[in-house]
Design a protein around this ligand. Sequence first.
Ligand SMILES: [Zn+2]
Length: 374
Amino acid sequence: MFFKDIIGQIEVKHQLIQSVKEGYIPHARLISGQEGTGALPLALAYAHYLHCTNRQENDACGVCPSCQKLNKFTHPDLHFVFPIINKKGSKDAFCDDFLPEWRKFIIETPYANLTSWLGKIAAENAQGLIYARESNEIMHKLNLKAYESDYKIMIIWLPEKMHETAANKLLKLLEEPPEKTIFLLVSEEPEKIITTIRSRAQNLFVPPIADEDLSQILIQKYNIGTEDIHLITRLANGSYEKAIHIINSTDENEAYLELFISIMRNSWKRDVLNMKAKADQFASIGRDRQKSFLAYAQRMIRENFLYQLQIPEINYMNRKEAEFAANFHPYVKEQNIIDFMDELALAERHIESNVNPRMVFFDLSMKIAVLLKK
Ligand SMILES: [Zn+2]
């Protein structure tokens, strides 16, 4: 991964490159940004730049022996830690067990999020974690001498997914770092990392990708018309991953809209039989889609509330969604919008903490039945 491959983020790139040129190379950086903004690609490009033996003005050279290994992420002084699932085959899993899949993932889709990583290791419905046992592996790797480079670099993707024991051991390492070691913590939710770790690292914030930069790459890679690109960019909110997802998921979006319409209709009619049927359907789609649907429903409620203001620039709906909103929007009003949002967010948290999805959905339908008549 090179700096030239990063979408937008000129200032962050400049900051990283400049610091290396000035010889300021902190032993730990916390690079944080929402999913799809490029925190991981930036960490990869930075590691690449640091390891390159013939650094150019603004990027790694791409041809030195070090770069050749980095192109495939097989450099012996570049280590990775990332969320995994508990077992690989029949044994307890370590990150290294997933290295072939991981390398492929960051080469092909460096902007992708945890859900799509877990999908790659056939664990879409599992929670990815960095397990406590991983910390011994980390210690072991960092106690080795650097093989070929001046530094050993350890990239930890999503340290917020670390088991407490692993996090505490990492903290010890950050307090007394092994020689010539650089930690790059790449986080989407830095507020979930213990503060003692955060304060030991140099913090670097990766903002959402600027709209112009995002549209430019989307137009270049996908054949998208001006009107669509406008909507996609606005919905994507500076996330390349989200933009791609929107482009690829028209079908999924339609399924969510359909489910959203059903839950509202059944609740309005207090049609308990169909509420139950939809709860079964909801239970069958897997936890990540359940969470995505509930996030989608929150967006729809917000959009329907805004609909009555009749300001098209602040409405982010596609044609089908807008058609439904034309009739539905009077039901979302000042008296119930906050409760609506609270209930949907609560359902999302319940799904997150493994409450039975059938119960969550049915319960939600009942509550919506009351809210709609408020
Ligand atoms: Zn090089």
